[in-house]
Design a protein around this ligand. Structure first.
Ligand SMILES: [Zn+2]
Length: 331
């Protein structure tokens, strides 16, 4: 459709014959005897229809167009608006692409952003935080799961003395480690807390046939402390809970979640990567201190046998892939 009318050059009362036409691209083309030019509708200033006053279209630069028949111009510009919708539809591949890009950013945030932020937060965290969290988690475990150790005082003293001596030969840890004895009905195990506590369970002491075997498990727990796995898991889980809370708008119970996660993590263990890091640390220190990983492998085998008898589901869930870890050490 072509709508004819007149146009005024900028700041002039001169009149020229002109016509406008809406192009398939959605642009408005102005044709005068001097030539033609196209603009997109968003660049134009279109006066509102007011009574019988004609609609004026002002082009960038000041040229004005007045149609002989305002209604047909109005209809044409109305069609122009819907053609803008068509343009959006034509852009669907682009919209899909930007949604995909957003998804990638979202995934990257979880795969890279959260780990980076976790590391950064754990680095700048005041040392009182892992201290308080560790104490709180131990108090909660004592209240609900653990009982005082039944080892004799001389047994505990012997292991503690050995632990102190071993400790002086280790590279400095982020927190000062200390040994804690407890009894737990869930099979031989040990746990590391964020404040540097290593909880050794009576059943683990009983299972170990030599002191070096027991040391290898303590070193594994020190590996978790060296790599700050406890605080990292805690911060990461809290960040993820916070992210879920922001996305879902559900923020109540976030504080409860925080302390709940602390207990959950130490009882449910870490990621496989974290376990491998702890194993690597333990194996490295075993070689440094005793010149061999054989006691560590023997200890894993003892634990595996206990697991095989069905008495040790916890150890397998907190320390998965025991078999492959034993094989890893044999190489
Ligand atoms: Zn572990």
């Amino acid at each position: 459709m072509i709508v004819s009318g007149i146009c005024h050059p900028p700041r002039s009362s001169e009149k020229r014959d002109a016509s406008v036409q809406l192009l398939p691209s959605g642009q408005l083309q102005l044709v005068t005897e001097l030539g033609q030019q196209e603009w997109s509708l968003t660049e134009l200033e279109i006066s509102k229809p007011l009574g019988n006053l004609p609609i004026k279209v002002t082009f960038p630069g000041g040229m004005q167009f007045i149609a002989h028949d305002s209604r047909s111009l109005e209809r044409m510009l109305g069609a122009g608006k819907s053609s803008r919708l068509h343009r959006v539809e034509r852009n669907i591949p682009m919209i899909a692409a930007s949604l995909a890009a957003m998804l990638v950013v979202f995934v990257l945030m979880f795969t890279h952003g959260v780990p980076w932020l976790t590391g950064a937060l754990v680095r700048v965290m005041p040392e009182q935080v892992p201290q308080l969290v560790g104490e709180h988690v131990l108090a909660t475990l004592d209240e609900h799961m653990l009982e005082p150790s039944a080892l004799t005082v001389s047994q505990q003293t012997a292991i503690s003395d050995r632990f102190s001596r071993m400790n002086t030969n280790l590279p400095p840890l982020p927190v000062q480690p200390k040994l804690v004895f407890r009894r737990w009905g869930n099979g031989p195990n040990a746990m590391a807390l964020s404040d540097g506590s290593v909880i050794v369970f009576d059943s683990l002491v009983e299972l170990a046939e030599t002191s070096e075997q027991l040391d290898s498990i303590i070193l594994h727990e020190l590996g978790h402390i060296q790599n700050q796995h406890v605080m990292k898991s805690l911060v990461r889980s809290t960040l993820l809970s916070a992210a879920v809370a922001v996305v879902t708008g559900e923020s109540t119970g976030l504080i409860d979640t925080f302390s709940g996660i602390g207990v959950f993590l130490v009882t449910q263990g870490y990621s496989r990567t974290a376990e491998e890091e702890a194993d690597e640390y333990a194996a490295g220190q075993m070689v440094r201190l005793y010149g061999s990983v054989v006691p560590m492998r023997q200890m894993f085998e003892l634990l595996n046998e206990t697991a095989g008898s069905g008495e040790l589901p916890e150890w397998l869930s907190t320390h998965p892939e025991l078999e492959s870890r034993i094989e890893g050490l044999s190489q």
